[in-house]
Design a protein around this ligand. Structure first.
Ligand code: SF4
Length: 1013
């Protein structure tokens, strides 16, 4: 039988991974094709995108008579090539699910039941609650008398489950209302990535893209179980392996990732900086770094000021009272023009290169081994393999995920990768880079659109009280170039910020009124409104009501027992989700008396990915369109169809009744109805008057062709400047593009420039100007990303269009950094310019060899009677706990737990422990056990396995256990949240919580109450 793969899949309609189909054989496929053909006969094929991880696999939905019959991987999509993991393959049953919320429901204060209500009733009530709270609690001036226009008692949480368009609607609504307690999944997922990669290279995103992983010669996977958590991404790892790449897995637990790697190295959770510090030292000591690259493209030669120092675990400028650093002490030395001084001989004792050497010389193999628990020979095996990628003709990449991000040193964990990859010349290169494996379904997009309290869309700071005017904001946020050849792209920030204000406020935004800047809410310096602090204030009765959409904090946040009690304090709460969740049902959790819970709850059914159109952005920054395949089930709505009419209701109330600061809401450029594609255009941006760009005339109302055309005079708008160029008059909606054409150069490295669109400017590999020498010649011609042909760049879209550095008008490759250089030394983070090993907030050891500073001196924590931490080496809690998700369940599991086949595959909470620990505790495989931390208890089933191993740390045995965090009490018999054990402590830069390392104890249970066995 002759049949193309596309044709084969079309005929079979079997919604399983094509990896499995490949094993079926032709005869069996024919039989399946016959039976499956009947099922999808006459069905329409509609393209959508998997609603889970940020691989964003494309899926074909078969729809007949408005019903979703079947889904299967899209064989044409270059990333998944038809393959799907267990979650993606279950899309049909996820959408056609018996457990879906179908109608809006209302729970009255102190009631013990839900009542069904219609949308109109709900919208009226919610709008009323919003207005009452806003009017009552709006703060017009802060304690210093500065205008702040914010309401602290309202909050919004969520969601990376939303499309970019829905995120954009939510962001504008939140700012219009004056809400500052504003956060979503990106905080707990990869906020440390953004902070760290931005400091290292200028942008906070994964540097390369999924397909490019195949081009690596060596792959270091740390803090990630990619094979299970980003399953389809892993095929690109395996493709690299097939080409001869060495693939190494360094992670506390042996997993399916380890099984497919060349070798696995277990380390103690929370000691990644020590491990990577040793590797940096190894590269420097053995001169394995890429000298030309280091000198030309990193800040190695820059001179640091005399006030910088580092002594015994503390950088200069530390204030023990406030637990903060004065970062001015870490500044570079500048010349009269404001450029940073440099020493190209690298001999100056205070040039970055020598400070770096000195800092990491302390990370000897002996000390690293004793802290991490990794034997010396295993350390050296990893070090030698990865250091070999410093050869210009080789490329090494690093893959990581939450195992690195969720620590009190999360940002600095990732900084070690930034430093290492800059030393080895791996940034900007095909097969190189740092591939942050982003998780949630649109977490890249929701980060770009910034559902976060401290930033506005496009990575610009939120207005602060100290910047009272539009001019003050621009002055404080527009950097000057710090090297003569630096592009210093952020010099254009006023154009992007002004275009955002124009998009938010439309005709009302004029130069005379500072484009309505003064109406916006403003933050006080040092105030943290992220999850940990939001729930701490809620627990302390300082919040009244708000929105939790597409997120389940009662399960997914640390110290969940406290989160649940905090929710009890609210007057009102809107929850919008696909299912009842631990958050929506909190009032009737075990041990809670509904007659004592005052919270009025509005539960709204939300539409599934297949039920709405829009764009999502995958981890590699590809902006991909998903179609609406079927109507939303029951009365479910997409988020846009809730927020647009809800804000319109609130506006009506203000128009009719007046109130506090109605101007912000009433000035919004806000539609009558939500239309996803119209919002895609808003995100791209419009001309607000006739304009000429590059000799071409554009009329008022036409789409802006590129962010280089955005202006700070009010003539353009864009809801997120990095997306400008994604929807143009000339080419239409580029997220819908499905053109696999490539030049031979592009084909060689798997670059698909005509498939969808990638931010920024359709560039597929960031910092690609660093893949060529100063004359524009690729360092590795076999993996050319771009090259200068004498007149122009060919290959990928160059990261900065100027000629090569050695030319007259040549520029440096890291265009977003003021000095134009990759930052080995990063003075912008809260916890130091170099990464330094500190123990987690809870640690089984009382000292370590690198300094007397046991844990980070600046990590964040909240204080309450429910925020207890175990002391270092506390004998009550001697075991290190790490947590993870599963292939079959996504994050908190609220969705996947309701899919019968996924629940059957992974039915209940377990704890993985070594045979040695089990023996010590008298526990057998399959026993019910109880885990305890200083904050709570959790029941689980013991899984005694060689996958976890005890480690020898400073001469003592340290045990590790691992638990998934995807179970919750609303799915009977599967157990409850692991996060009842984890602490409310966070990284000082982003407050990402430390859920990957805390201390617990375990014992056999006499009886189980949560797990129905
Ligand atoms: S969960 Fe991720 S890897 Fe699995 S099918 Fe969906 S997008 Fe692909």
């Amino acid at each position: 039988m002759q049949c193309s793969r596309r044709g084969f899949l079309k005929m079979t309609g079997v919604g399983v991974a094509c990896l499995s189909l490949g094993r079926l054989g032709v005869n069996l496929a024919e039989a399946k094709a016959y039976s499956a053909k009947l099922k999808i006969e006459g069905a329409k094929e509609i393209l959508t995108v998997c609603p889970f991880c940020s691989v964003s696999c494309n899926i074909i939905a078969h729809v007949r008579d408005g019903k979703l019959l079947n889904t299967e991987g899209d064989p044409d999509f270059p990333v998944n090539e038809g393959a799907l993991c267990a979650k993606g393959a279950a899309l049909t049953s996820m959408s056609n699910n018996h457990h879906r919320l179908l109608k809006p429901k209302y729970r009255a204060p102190y009631s013990d039941k839900w009542e069904e209500k219609d949308w109109g009733w709900m919208l009226e009530k919610i709008a009323r609650r919003v207005k009452e709270t806003r009017d009552r609690d709006m703060i017009l001036k802060n304690a210093k008398g500065q205008t702040v226009n914010r309401v602290e008692s309202l909050f919004h949480m969520g969601t990376s489950h939303a499309s970019n368009e829905e995120c954009s609607v939510i962001h504008q609504a939140v700012r219009g209302l004056g809400i500052v307690h504003f956060d979503h999944q990106a905080r707990v997922c990869h906020s440390s990535t953004v902070s760290s990669l931005a400091e290292s290279f200028g942008r906070g995103a994964m540097t390369n893209h999924w397909i490019d992983i195949q081009n690596a010669d060596v792959i270091l996977i740390m803090g990630s179980n990619a094979a299970e958590h980003h399953p389809i991404s892993f095929k690109w790892v395996l493709r690299a392996k097939d080409r001869g790449a060495v693939v190494m897995h360094v992670d506390p637990k042996f997993s399916r990732t380890s099984a497919r790697c060349d070798f696995h190295v277990p380390l103690r959770s929370g000691t990644d900086i020590a491990f990577m510090g040793g590797l940096i030292n190894h590269v420097l000591e053995n001169e394995k770094y890429f000298k030309e690259y280091v000198l030309n493209y990193t800040n190695a030669a820059l001179i640091v000021g005399e006030e910088y120092s580092f002594n015994d675990g503390l950088f200069s400028g530390y204030d023990a009272k406030t637990r903060t650093y004065d970062r001015t002490k870490w500044a570079f030395e500048e010349d009269a023009k404001g450029y940073i001084k440099r020493d190209d001989t690298l001999k100056h004792p205070r040039c970055v290169f020598n400070l770096l050497r000195k800092h990491y010389a302390r990370y000897t193999v002996d000390d690293v081994s004793s802290v991490t628990g990794v034997p010396k020979e295993k350390l050296l095996r990893v070090y030698d393999h990865f250091a070999a990628s410093g050869d210009p003709k080789k490329a090494g990449t690093i893959l990581y995920a939450l195992g690195w991000t969720q620590h009190t040193v999360g940002v600095q964990n990732i900084r070690t990768a930034g430093i290492l990859q800059l030393l080895l010349g791996n940034v900007g290169r095909s097969g190189g880079g740092i591939n942050a494996l982003r998780g949630e379904p649109n977490v890249q997009g929701s980060t770009d659109i910034a559902l976060l309290y401290h930033v506005v869309p496009g990575y610009m700071s939120m207005p602060m009280a100290d910047w009272q005017t539009y001019d003050e904001y621009n002055k404080a946020n527009t950097p000057s170039a710090k090297s003569p050849n630096s592009v210093n792209w952020w010099q254009h920030k006023p154009k992007y910020f002004t275009s955002l204000l124009k998009a938010w406020f439309g005709d009302r935004a004029t130069p005379d009124n500072g484009f309505c800047y003064e109406l916006l809410p403003k933050l006080d310096k040092g105030m943290d409104h992220s999850y940990l602090f939001m729930f701490d204030r809620m627990y302390k009765n300082q919040l009244r009501g708000g929105f939790i959409v597409g997120v389940n904090p009662a399960n997914s946040l640390p110290n969940t027992n406290k989160v649940r009690k905090a929710l009890d304090t609210l007057d009102w709460l809107v929850v919008m989700d696909l299912h009842h969740s631990e958050t929506s049902e909190n009032w009737q959790r075990k041990g809670s008396d509904p007659s004592k819970v005052k919270t009025e709850i509005f539960l709204l059914p939300s539409a599934h990915r297949v039920e709405k159109p829009g764009t999502v952005t995958n981890s590699g920054r590809w902006v991909v369109w998903h179609n609406k395949c079927v109507e939303p089930m029951g009365e479910a709505r997409n988020f846009g169809d809730f927020f647009v009419p809800m804000i319109n209701k609130v506006r009506e109330l203000y128009k009719a009744e007046g109130g506090t600061l109605p101007e912000t809401l009433l000035s919004l450029n806000w539609p009558e109805k939500y239309d996803a594609e119209e919002w895609t255009k808003r995100i791209n941006g419009y001309f607000w008057r006739d304009s000429v760009v590059g000799g071409k005339k554009y009329r008022k109302g036409q789409l802006v062709p590129s962010f280089t055309a955005l202006k700070d005079d009010g003539s353009t708008s864009s809801l997120c400047w990095v997306y400008t160029g994604s929807f143009t008059e000339e080419y239409g909606n580029l997220s819908k593009r499905r053109d696999a054409s490539q030049t031979p150069l592009q084909a060689k490295i798997g670059l698909y420039p005509n498939w969808s669109w990638a931010w920024p400017s359709n560039r597929r590999i960031l910092y690609n100007r660093a893949s060529v020498d100063v004359n524009g010649k690729p360092y590795d011609p076999d993996r050319t990303v771009i090259m200068w042909d004498g007149k122009q760049w060919v290959g990928d879209v160059p990261d900065g269009g100027a000629p090569p550095l050695a030319s007259d008008k040549g520029t440096l490759p890291f265009i977003m950094a003021p000095a134009g250089l990759g930052q080995l030394y990063g003075p912008g983070r809260m916890d130091g310019p170099f990464a330094e090993h500190y123990e987690p907030a809870e640690t089984p050891i009382a000292s370590h060899p690198f300094s007397k500073q046991l844990s980070s001196p600046v990590y964040k924590f909240v204080s309450s009677d429910m925020d207890v931490l175990a002391a270092p080496a506390d004998p009550r809690f001697p075991i290190v706990l790490t947590t993870y998700s599963l292939t079959e369940h996504w994050c908190g599991g609220g969705e996947t737990r309701n899919v019968p086949n996924l629940l059957e595959a992974e039915p209940q909470l377990y704890v993985e422990m070594s045979h040695e620990l089990a023996k010590e505790k008298g526990i057998a495989n399959g026993d019910g056990v109880i885990l305890e931390s200083a904050r709570g208890r959790v029941e689980a089933i013991a899984m005694v396995t060689v996958r976890m191993r005890p480690l020898l740390v400073q001469g003592k045995t340290v045990h590790l256990v691992g638990m998934p965090f995807c179970y919750g009490w609303t799915t009977p018999g599967c157990g409850d949240s692991t996060n009842r054990l984890t602490p409310s402590v966070g990284d000082p830069n982003t407050t990402i919580p430390e859920t990957k390392a805390c201390c617990v104890n375990v014992h056999k249970a006499d009886k189980l109450t949560e797990l129905d066995r």
